[in-house]
Design a protein around this ligand. Structure first.
Ligand code: 13P
Length: 279
């Protein structure tokens, strides 16, 4: 199946009461692992990459790899730009035919966040879903994190979504990027944000949140949950363990296949946790 637009993934999830996992790729092993899991579970999904992780390959390479792997898959999948912190990043992803985009100007003052995000909306064709962020999610991804994390203010949500015309809103409600064992969703705040938002919500920082919290997000208008650290760690751990077991190990292909299997297991578990009644 060809890549579908982010809007199609969102709409199908909303109509089937599902939450899409959004899994970060960096390389071929991660992509293969993600798609293996998607094929097992059958839930529409985002595969995404942040500008920090295209440093190795470029947007076109990621697009070609993901598109080619999906040719033999029936599950709808969108290719998403994660944390596009500049309009240049948005332009790069659009030029490479990504089908969904996040503009993240959440660290800028409110009016500047609106202006930058609205500009990204103008750049995206209507079929490319746009995610924008209000409030600034704490923690670090690829050593990058905000100087000051801040929660999403429910009083700003209606105006922000209307002004930007985004299709999804990324929220900061206690979720934190990276391994953060103390991260907890503030469900009262999430409920207030949800009431104020006319578009579905996105929760970042899926790796650090406990399963019982992830399993409740579908009740709160959340349609997309981002997971990165868990997959990355599965791959690094596999290679680390292979080396520790045998410092003379040279079968890269065997260890690579083990890494794919480990990533697929992590992704499958996350999709099932996010969709306790469906998957
Ligand atoms: P984790 O690394 O905590 O899963 O967060 C990923 C993320 O939110 C990517 O945008």
């Amino acid at each position: 199946m060809a890549l579908v637009s982010g809007t199609e993934v969102v709409n199908e999830c909303l109509s089937r009461g599902l939450v899409a996992g959004a899994f970060n790729t960096t390389n071929i092993e991660t992509t293969m692992g993600i798609v293996q899991a998607i094929e097992r579970v059958g839930v529409p999904t985002f595969i995404q990459v942040a500008p920090t992780n295209v440093a190795l390959s470029g947007y076109e390479y990621i697009y070609d790899m993901v598109r080619r792997r999906l040719e033999t898959t029936d599950v709808p999948v969108a290719l998403h730009l994660d944390h596009g912190k500049s309009l240049d990043a948005v332009e790069g992803a659009l030029a490479a035919r990504f089908t969904s985009v996040m503009i993240d100007a959440s660290e800028a003052p409110y009016e500047e966040n609106i202006a930058t995000s609205a500009r990204a909306r103008e750049m995206c064709p209507p079929e490319v879903a746009l995610e924008a962020e209000l409030g600034s999610i704490g923690g670090k991804e690829d050593e990058i994190g905000p100087d000051h994390a801040s929660n999403t203010d429910p009083n700003q949500v209606g105006h922000f979504v209307e002004a930007v015309q985004c299709d999804m809103l990324a929220v900061s409600v206690g979720n934190v990027h990276g391994y953060a064992p103390d991260a907890r969703i503030d469900f009262d705040l999430l409920a207030d944000v949800r009431s104020a938002s006319s578009v579905p919500l996105v929760v970042h920082g899926g790796s650090g949140l406990p399963a019982e919290q992830l399993g409740r997000l579908h009740e709160f208008g959340v349609v997309k949950v981002n997971v990165a650290s868990d997959l990355r760690n599965a791959m690094i751990r596999t290679f680390g363990e292979a080396y520790a077991a045998n410092p003379d190990e040279v079968s890269l292909i065997r260890v690579s296949k083990e890494a794919v299997a480990a990533i697929a297991d992590v992704v499958e578990r996350r999709i099932r946790i996010l969709n306790p009644t469906a998957a």
